[in-house]
Design a protein. Structure first.
Length: 562
DNA sequence: AAGGCCCTCAACCGCCTTGTG
DNA sequence: ACACAAGGCGGTTGAGGGCCT
């Protein structure tokens, strides 16, 4: 059958599509099937649609290659399947997404990342392609506007999908409570990453001794989007419009992530990447030392760092659930509020040894909530340390140990045993880490991670939102000093973050309790399954040795520790 | 009015997974 | 165990239209 024979066909098909190959033969021209039949590409005509519909009615879905053989449709099987799935199948919704759908997509993306097909199953009548296009469009739009991709009240947690970090939802008072509660365990990382708004960065010692400039350099060399970010940082520096140093505050509650010109997730990632607290081992002072074919993880790919390409060039970036699209100059400059550059400088210049987790080092004066929280947590940690029955297997005080002894371990999942970024959070952490790591041949992150001592709990990255509602901007402050019971949050966004972003949060998003609960529950539940057994190789502990960073299995699918 | 830019969407491509012989 | 085919999935591309200058 000649589907081009009808009037409608000739009207609809550009001449070059009909008779002559388009400039892009591959994409809009024709191809030849195995049996020598010329297969048409490009837009479908109504006649083709009719043929396909008729065929499916008669034979049902599946066996798409047979369509071309049996119906005379000059389309390859894949094309037929796609056409059917995206446009012809019954019950497809057409038109713009409803606000409800949009919110659901946002939430699903926070949980799943770029799992478009999975997301589509939650949106009856919608296709993965639609959702994907919607999301990509949204990313661009929000980025351009300097708005966060995810609601500020969204929290992050390790993803349930491959290495992606999840932003789950909500936040708030509950979060504040979490931060203050003594029943929960903070990922040590939380405090290690704290970055004061101003001045004293006494606790920045836990930061990797990687300077921003180094990072910048590394990325520049990779022609990485990060360069832009740094350029903008410079601009920001000049503009003096910066309020807070968020770099390195991710775990600490992300006080001001919202100030970043990108979505919170991106901010988070940025924060993660920049301050990823690894490196208790001062050996890693140069990003160049990190090697590996690191694929940006889902979690990080969106950061300011371009999500479009892997650092190594060998990996594939997956837009993280936390992801946000690559940041461009405009996004940075457009954003009215930016990270405190002084803080950045401090971070960059701070000596790795200068920082300790000791609460004494924390300077509550420096900046507000984060500091307060940090200080408090440290104190908590110290007090608990003495009573802790757990003993560290390492003589050196590691982050994990800190975590362990402090009782701040959120999930009590034995992250200490997984002293690498590959815990549920680890995945994210790794991702983040990767994000800023220069590509080095085929090594996985664990190859260059400081070993035992770097046990910064990957779990720390498992930041999970459990908050139920959006609080008022001041709620955090009101509650930050109070202690509330909190049911094992996986991670908590700092109240500071909440505070900083509260306004934005009010403007753009209201968390969904159901989603938050869902995410919270399943993630926490799953992560808690991880026994606290010791493992010399964290990766092994999770059975991740063989997982490329960009192919990390869902946390829940990770082999449990023995 | 014309050109450029941006956005949206449909479609293709390549890779991966799964099923089958 | 292996090879192959089919299908699924995510990323990317290009066309077309609208908006802006």
């Amino acid at each position: 059958m000649n589907h081009l024979s009808t009037k409608s066909d000739t009207e609809m098909i550009p001449e070059d599509h009909m008779d002559t190959p388009s400039v892009d033969e591959g994409r809009r021209g024709k191809s030849v099937s195995k049996d020598g039949q010329v297969l048409k590409k490009g837009p479908w005509t109504s006649a083709e649609d009719a043929i396909l519909v008729e065929y499916v009615k008669e034979h049902g879905e599946g066996n798409w290659n047979a369509v071309q053989k049996n119906s005379g449709l000059s389309r390859c099987g894949k094309s037929c399947r796609l056409r059917w799935a995206n446009h012809l199948r019954p019950n497809l919704k057409k038109g713009a997404f409803t606000p409800e759908e949009e919110q659901l997509i946002i939430k699903l993306h926070a949980k799943m990342g770029n799992k478009w097909a999975q997301m589509a199953t939650q949106l009856p009548g919608r296709t993965d392609n639609e959702i994907k296009n919607f999301w990509n469009t949204r990313i661009k739009r929000l980025q351009r506007a300097g708005l966060p991709l995810y609601p500020p009240n969204v929290c992050f947690q390790a993803s349930d999908g491959d290495q992606q970090t999840q932003i789950v939802s909500s936040v708030t008072q509950h979060q504040n409570d979490i931060l203050q509660g003594n029943n929960f365990d903070f990922p040590d990382i939380v405090f290690e990453n704290l970055y004061p708004d101003h001045g004293d960065l006494s606790y920045t010692s836990s930061f990797p001794d990687v300077s921003m400039s180094s990072m910048c350099h590394g990325f520049e060399s990779q022609d990485h989007g990060y360069t832009n970010m740094m350029n903008n940082v410079e601009q920001l520096r000049d503009s003096e419009t910066i309020n807070v140093g968020y770099y390195g505050t991710f775990y600490s509650g992300l006080p001001s992530v919202s100030r970043f010109p990108f979505e919170p997730s991106g901010k988070m990632q940025l924060a993660f990447g920049l301050d990823y607290p690894y490196d208790p081992d001062a050996n890693i002072k140069n990003l160049a030392t990190f090697g590996g074919e690191i694929s940006l993880s889902h979690a990080l790919s969106n950061g300011n760092i371009s999500a479009s390409r892997p650092l190594s060039g060998a990996g594939k970036l997956e837009l993280p659930s936390l992801q946000h699209a690559e940041t461009d100059d405009s996004s940075w400059t457009a954003y009215h509020s930016t990270p405190h550059l002084e803080a950045i400088d401090t971070y960059v210049e701070s000596s790795p040894t200068a920082v300790s987790l000791q609460s004494e080092c924390i300077s509550p004066r420096s900046s507000g909530l984060l500091e307060v929280m940090l200080h408090e947590a440290q104190a908590l940690s110290n007090s608990k340390r003495h009573s802790s029955e757990k003993s560290s297997s390492s003589s050196a005080i590691t982050h994990n140990e800190m975590l362990e002894s402090s009782g701040l371990n959120f999930f009590d999942i034995g992250w200490e045993d997984c002293n690498d970024p590959i815990s549920p959070l680890g995945c994210s952490a790794a991702s983040i880490f990767n994000e800023f790591m220069p590509p080095v041949n085929g090594s996985s992150i664990h190859e260059f991670l400081p070993s035992e001592s770097t046990a910064v709990s990957a779990g720390s990255l498992n930041i999970m939102a459990v908050a139920e509602q959006i609080s008022t901007p001041n709620v955090e402050e009101k509650h930050v000093l109070s202690q509330t019971d909190f049911p094992e949050p996986e991670a908590v966004l700092g109240s500071g973050w909440l505070e900083e972003s509260s306004q934005a949060g009010k403007d753009c998003f209201v968390s969904d309790d159901a989603i938050a609960t869902l995410l919270d529950q399943d993630f926490c539940k799953d992560n808690k399954m991880v026994p606290a057994g010791a493992s010399s190789n964290p990766l092994q502990g999770f059975g991740l040795e063989s997982y490329p960073w960009n192919k990390m299995p869902d946390v829940r699918q990770m082999p449990e520790l023995p």
